[in-house]
Design a protein around this ligand. Structure first.
Ligand SMILES: Nc1ncnc2c1ncn2[C@@H]1O[C@H](COP(=O)(O)OP(=O)(O)OP(=O)(O)O)[C@@H](O)[C@H]1O
Ligand SMILES: [Mg+2]
Length: 230
């Protein structure tokens, strides 16, 4: 089954973890099927522990489901070995996490350049694009700062720049504004919508913020591992 209007499509995925307390496994994601349209913004909401991050990690190929399939542009990621998956992820998916996950020993410029260097670009090419992106996100003057020398909002802007480095077709964001004040939340959000409008990048984000969810094209709610439209 092929449909080229989807950037990402999951069919009947499940994930469980071994429980420490009993022999029963803890079912964290339950038979989830979801399709993400190209150029759409989709929010996933749900209470703490409902399975949001687990689902996002599976969709992004950071984790594997016990059952079910995940397709990126009709490529089944289960059929890829770890190296091929890492390579595909690097080129096609931009991740933004709640806590920036920037590498502490590297500057903002180096952190943003990293995905391009991993993809085989020269230092010169990588630095050029990284500088453009840092500029785009209003943090170019901070390019030689290490993560601890950046504010929370700046760290997230640098993370967004890094996520966009290899021109991904989708951004997966796990509470990208969870740690920010209202002003920075609005800045990051406006940027996500601008990116979609300018480049057609699809966005799938986990959020607790009602106002973010309301601006998205689709809102999905996960409850005890089951995903449904809200
Ligand atoms: N590696 C693991 N081993 C065992 N249990 C896990 C593991 N990872 C997650 N879980 C459990 O799975 C459930 C869902 O976790 P998940 O991180 O997906 O929740 P979440 O919806 O992202 O929550 P939050 O909003 O707090 O980030 C939780 O009950 C958690 O304890
Ligand atoms: Mg989470």
């Amino acid at each position: 089954m092929s449909n080229d209007s989807f950037v990402l499509r999951a069919e009947d995925i499940s994930k469980s973890y071994k429980s420490e307390q009993s022999d029963e496994r803890l079912q964290v994601v339950k038979n989830v099927s979801v399709s993400i349209n190209k150029g759409s913004i989709t929010s996933i909401v749900g209470s703490s522990g409902s399975g949001k991050s687990t689902l996002l990690h599976i969709l992004g190929g950071l984790d594997r489901p016990d059952n079910g399939k995940v397709f990126w542009d009709d490529q089944d990621i289960a059929s890829m070995n770890s190296d091929a998956l890492a390579d595909f992820r690097n080129k096609n998916i931009g991740f933004v996490f709640q806590f920036h996950h920037l590498l502490p020993e590297f500057t903002a410029l180096e952190n943003v350049s990293m995905p391009a260097l991993i993809a085989g670009k020269s230092m010169q090419q990588a630095s050029k694009r990284a500088t453009e992106l840092l500029n785009r996100f209003g943090v170019a003057e901070r390019k030689n700062h290490r993560p601890t020398q950046l504010s929370g909002g700046e760290q997230q802007r640098v993370s967004m720049a890094r996520a966009l480095m290899n021109q991904p077709s989708i951004i997966l964001a796990d509470e990208p504004t969870g740690n920010l004040d209202d002003v920075n939340t609005d800045i990051i959000l406006d940027m996500l919508f601008e990116l979609r409008d300018e480049y057609g990048v699809s966005v799938l984000l986990i959020t607790h913020e009602q106002k973010i969810a309301q601006r998205s094209d689709t809102i999905l709610e996960i409850k005890s591992g089951e995903l449904n439209p809200l």
